[in-house]
Design a protein around this ligand. Sequence first.
Ligand code: ZN
Length: 170
Amino acid sequence: MPTPISHAAVGLAIGAWTAPAPPSTRVCALAAACAALPDIDVLWSSGLPQSSPFAHRALTHSLAFAVVATILITRGMVRHDRARLGVTLGLALLSHSCLDALSTYSLGIAFLAPFSERRFRFSWTPLGRPDGMILSQLAIESLLVLLPALVLAWLGWRIRHRSAVPRPSE
Ligand SMILES: [Zn+2]
């Protein structure tokens, strides 16, 4: 299963490429936190049946949660470019569930909770095979998610900051 570090790295990349230009450290850090946020359900989901909306990978991994969390988080932000910031944070939140849906861990993701208990996963599930060794799973995840996300975040940060620097007039 994807680790919180990989989720945060994907959020960082989303922040670097989609935040209002030039992307700030604060917004990128917030996008990284949003990308890891859905796993907050591990605090209360132990022992709950998979059919519960409060089970792991249920309500906090749904589209509804992403929308509501985006609205609540952006409400407290500065008014400047709030819509663009909402898109960044919403994408970061949704990236978590999409990444989890690439694994076979658990019964899948309740994208439609609380309106449906149905769990989904993508047909390609390269992350977190249940019979795999933890070290090999971490290596696969690092190669497929963590390292590409960090490279993309670095590239996005550099390119968007460089293009935001005012050029001297000719
Ligand atoms: Zn998760």
